[in-house]
Design a protein around this ligand. Structure first.
Ligand code: FAD
Length: 456
């Protein structure tokens, strides 16, 4: 089989690599594409798009392969696989970087930190830059420097017709607007250009853990703490068990616990002052908050969410941490069957909230917290165990219903979240505008293995 103009690797069911190449981060996703086209550059991507369109093949696009819904791979059809396109070019003087569409956040942090620079990325190093950015991109630096999309300066895009275009504030501005939050609906991004900011390399960062019994007290205290926090302080609450990481004493491993994970995007001494009260609250089980190389901190959670485990997510926005919401969270967070299941609450605000809501397609700038409930089990625990974990996540979300803000972060939606939740993620107005851009750039909905926006 030959694709005109394609110089990458074409992998099919008869190839030894096939099973590895079709596997994504979520091990419960088991799809069998007809071809996996591992591209080497934008010209390859354009060639495969044209081929797929001519032959009426389903198209899936793989960036980092981290979507919990597994949309990076399809049955039958062709996977346009960017995993061999991970280069990052930093311009230290201009404080920008070009990042290829298959890069992971660990690649970006590694290259940018070599120059003492950084941009907002995800909290796990092996998450893909592409999917994360196109949905908005939340992370520890967002309160200071905005979302990943707020740092996006330009993108090189292969359109549904197979042409290569540039999107920026001056070139295809409608496409540029839609790419900043609208997901993989509008084209395949082969390179992103990001703004960078001086950071570290040493920052004040890390988690403080308390025993699960303290959850309500910690969350009530945290609510007031973050209300006064400077923009530099990014934080995520993690509720589950203490992960069995080498830096944590063995006797604490797997103990039910709440952690507040912080990263201060400024001088270490200022960061020390900003987190002092947090570290003194109650009696922590273990306090790992301290000066740390930013790149090492950013990969600290990588081993807690391994490739190939099975995952199922439920998510919602929270307007704030009311006493009632805290009671629900404390009741449900530790009721999962698996010690690997957890919930995470991201604190937004700061620079995220200061960008006008029409400026990009990311919705939810006025939301205080994004919450994600992550059911996790091992591949050999499928069946009853899987059913119990997914039921836990659904129950937890259901119990939060009265305390939710409208909306959900689109990148946290799973495969059984129906299209109404995609609309919920954007709200009517943004969804309508996205549908118009979709009608212009992909009227046939060739790119529909995603959180789909129908051409309107
Ligand atoms: C462990 C873990 C931690 C996470 N942490 C965060 C976090 O801190 N912040 C956050 O915001 N999100 C986070 N997420 C969610 C994350 O944003 C999404 O899972 C996202 O889809 C990952 O991007 P990817 O490129 O790896 O995904 P993939 O599975 O490769 O792609 C998902 C979809 O994105 C589209 N896509 C991918 N690449 C391209 C491309 N080059 N051009 C056009 N479309 C493309 C396609 O529609 C594809 O179906 C996390 C996810 C996981 C699993």
């Amino acid at each position: 089989m030959e694709i005109n103009g394609f110089r990458g690797d074409l992998i099919g069911p008869d190839d030894e690599e096939y099973d590895t190449a079709r596997a994504v981060w979520n091990g419960s996703v088991d799809r069998r594409p007809r071809y996996i086209a591992r591209c080497r550059g934008a010209a390859d991507v354009a060639a495969v798009v044209r081929f797929a369109r001519e032959h009426d093949l389903e198209i899936a696009v793989r960036g980092g392969g981290h979507s919990v819904a597994g949309t990076a791979v399809c049955d039958d059809g062709v996977v346009i696989d960017l995993s061999a396109m991970r280069a990052v070019w930093v311009d230290p003087a201009g404080r920008t970087a070009w990042v290829q569409g298959g890069a992971l956040w660990g690649d970006v942090d590694h290259e940018t930190q070599a120059h003492g620079l950084a941009t907002t990325g995800g909290i796990v190093g092996h998450t893909g830059v592409a999917g994360l950015t196109l949905g908005g991109g939340i992370g520890f630096l967002m309160r200071k420097h905005g979302l990943a999309v707020d740092n996006l300066l330009a993108a090189e895009v292969v359109t549904a017709e197979g042409s290569i275009v540039r999107a920026s504030a001056d070139e295809h501005p409608d496409l540029f607007w839609a790419l900043r939050g609208g997901g993989g609906n509008f084209g395949i991004v082969t390179s992103f250009r990001f703004a960078l900011h001086p950071l570290g390399p040493t920052v004040m960062a890390g988690p403080v853990f308390w025993a699960a019994d303290n959850t309500s007290d910690v969350l009530r205290w945290y609510r007031d703490f973050v209300a006064e926090a400077p923009d530099e302080l990014g934080s995520v609450v993690r509720l589950g068990t203490v992960p069995p990481l080498p830096v944590i004493p063995v006797d604490l491993h797997w103990r039910p616990a709440i952690a507040v994970v912080c990263c201060y995007a400024g001088a270490v001494e200022e960061g020390e002052r900003a987190v002092r009260a947090l570290r003194r609250f109650g009696t922590p089980l273990v306090d790992l908050l301290g000066p740390s190389p930013y790149a090492a901190f950013q990969s600290g959670l990588d081993d807690t969410v391994l490739h190939g485990w099975h995952y199922y997510w439920k998510a919602t926005n929270l307007p704030g941490l009311s006493d009632e919401a805290i009671a629900v969270i404390a009741d449900h967070a530790y009721a999962a069957g698996s010690p690997r299941s957890y919930a995470a609450i991201f604190h937004l605000g700061g620079a995220v909230a200061r960008v006008h809501h029409d400026a990009t397609a990311y919705a939810g700038r006025d939301v205080a917290h994004n919450m994600v409930i992550d059911a996790v089990w091992l591949p050999d625990e499928a069946g009853e165990h899987a059913a119990a974990e997914t039921a836990w996540a659904r129950r937890f979300l259901h119990a939060l219903h009265p305390h939710r803000a409208g909306g959900v972060y689109v990148n946290f939606l799973d495969s059984d979240d129906d299209s109404s939740r995609v609309r919920e993620a954007y709200g009517d107005r943004t969804y309508r505008r996205l549908a118009e851009v979709k009608a212009k750039y992909d009227p046939d909905n060739a790119f529909h293995h995603n959180k789909n926006i129908e051409p309107g």
